[in-house]
Design a binder for this molecule. Sequence first.
Ligand SMILES: [Mg+2]
Length: 168
Amino acid sequence: MRRVFLDMDGVLVDSIPYLLNYHDLEHCWEEWGQGNYDIYSNTGMSSQDFFDVDAAVWFDMPKTEWADELVDLCLDNFDTFIITSSFPEAMRAKYMWLQKYYKDFNMNKIIFTWRKELLANRNDVLVEDYIINAELWEENGGTALICPQPWNNNNDIDHVFRSLKGMI
Ligand SMILES: [Mg+2]
């Protein structure tokens, strides 16, 4: 069975709009620079300050609109892993977030790492929102699918679903 690795932030978790709201920076979402993932130039906050929030904030973040359909499709058809970078303080909250929304998910298949590409093997699929991670994954022989966000090429989410269904 083909292996699919699902990123959390920007793929399953609607993190950035929630953090903008948390920091009273909602207006930055509408003005977000297309293709630009740099936190400082989009928000005026350092990346460190922007993401340095309590675990409870990470736990409360909402799902993306396509998260349920994506998880269902992957659990039904692929050997599915969660792969996510995380600050140490947020790890437990992310783990609990997954338990809250996806009880059926095997919690032994969650991987916390800042070096996702080390897991890329031929035929392995990464569902990701950050272009750099996607490129590194593909350089290491895997296939990457990009969920639409302002900071990437903003493909239609249907492209992700069509591609995954084509791999079943
Ligand atoms: Mg992400």
